[in-house]
Design a protein around this ligand. Structure first.
Ligand code: UD1
Length: 351
């Protein structure tokens, strides 16, 4: 059996891995390497349990640090693994530093790379994830695109060979995961009478003014805001002593609680990439507190609106929202995991 290695390290990587992991296990000697980028139990273990992913074979325990420190450690530690195991292919997922480190390191030792979630662009190079996406795509051999727009983006950059529209691995998982209402019941939340929010991106959390303006806006909304809190945002709330009177802050939640909270919320307010798509699939309108998005389809179809600044207008935007009539299947049909693994199998058998 040929050996393939999956590199994962942060929450959004795990969800995509879940869509292909068992299929890869059936076809290959599949080794899962966890970089350790996310290490808190609520940021990592809970996902492996809920998504039924087996334990990683190797954990590189890189932990947190600056982008350079983290990527550097991942490069050095994955290189050792690649040199020892000599896999036929390295698979990286999405746009995290773990995906970047794994991809660069594989490229340096001449191991082909498959990129799951290729071609996605926000065209904002200030986002660390955008830089990661561009670099990974340009050094990957197999490019597995979640949307037609992503495939077109690659074409514009001259990447056509081995680029495939597969649909989104996260959509497979969205369809598969049983939404669990127990947290909603426990929290005594009433459907469509609360907002769901996640705010953690560097662009928002590293600017005191922006973060302040965001929290003022959330505090002034007409319903309470449920916010699973990322460790970095939590640190900033404490440091800046931000007011959270209208917020219900909870520890990071697993995927089924997250999907339940999204499904029953009146509106989703986020700066996450994945949540914008989950909002679309849940048919819950979404406000994205960013200047750009890597999921422009959701904006074009009217389900997602970007709020670049002027956060004080949030309530007015929510009040004037009109639910779009159209809700097409733009991220494949929920079978992208199968398609991805079949493309990988065919490529490996020919090369
Ligand atoms: C990463 C991804 C981002 C994704 C997010 C999901 C990159 C460049 N970005 O961002 O696309 O939306 O994961 O969560 O990889 N921390 C902890 N415990 C943990 C993990 C993080 O305390 O288990 C704290 C640390 O202080 C760390 C900070 O959170 O410095 C940020 O974590 P990091 O892994 O750098 O990136 P994310 O913001 O989580």
């Amino acid at each position: 059996m040929k050996t393939v290695i999956s590199i994962v390290g942060a929450r959004p990587n795990f969800v995509k891995l879940a869509a292909v992991s068992q299929l890869l296990d059936q076809q290959f000697n599949h080794i899962i390497v966890h970089t350790g980028q996310h290490y808190d139990a609520k940021m990592t273990d809970i996902f492996f349990e809920e998504l039924d992913i087996r334990k990683p074979d190797i954990n590189l325990s890189v932990g947190s640090g600056t982008h350079a420190q983290m990527t550097g450690k991942i490069l050095i530690r994955t290189e050792k693994v690649f040199k020892k195991i000599k896999p036929r292919l390295v698979i990286v997922y999405g746009d995290t530093n773990s995906a970047l480190g794994g991809a660069i390191s594989a490229a340096k030792v001449n191991i082909p790379i498959a990129h799951i979630e290729a071609g996605v662009r926000s065209y904002d190079r200030l986002m660390p994830e955008e830089v990661n996406r561009v670099i990974i795509d340009h050094i990957s051999t197999l490019l597995l695109c979640p949307s037609k727009i992503a495939a077109k983006n690659l074409k514009k950059e001259g990447i056509m060979k081995n680029a495939h529209f597969t649909g989104d691995a996260m959509y497979d998982m969205f369809l598969k995961i049983k939404v669990d209402n127990s947290l909603i019941d426990k929290m005594k939340l009433h459907p469509k009478q609360y907002y769901f929010s996640t705010i953690h991106r560097q662009e928002n959390t590293s600017s005191i003014e922006r973060l302040n303006a965001i929290f003022i806006a959330l505090n002034n909304l007409d319903c309470p805001v449920v916010m699973p809190i990322h460790p970095r945002t939590e640190k900033m709330i404490m440091k800046l002593k931000l007011k959270v009177k209208n917020l219900i802050l909870i520890k990071p939640v697993g995927i089924s609680d997250s999907l339940a909270l999204q499904k029953f919320s009146k509106f989703i307010i986020t700066d996450s990439g994945g949540v914008q798509k989950e909002a679309y699939w849940s048919k819950t309108p979404c406000l994205t507190f960013r200047a750009t998005t890597e999921w422009p389809e959701t904006v074009e179809l009217g389900w997602n609106k970007l709020v670049e600044e002027n956060f004080s207008k949030t309530q007015t935007i929510i009040n004037s929202n009109q639910q779009p009539l159209e809700h097409p299947q733009i991220y494949g049909n929920g079978q992208s995991g199968r398609k991805i693994v079949e493309i990988i199998r065919r490529w490996i058998s020919k090369n």
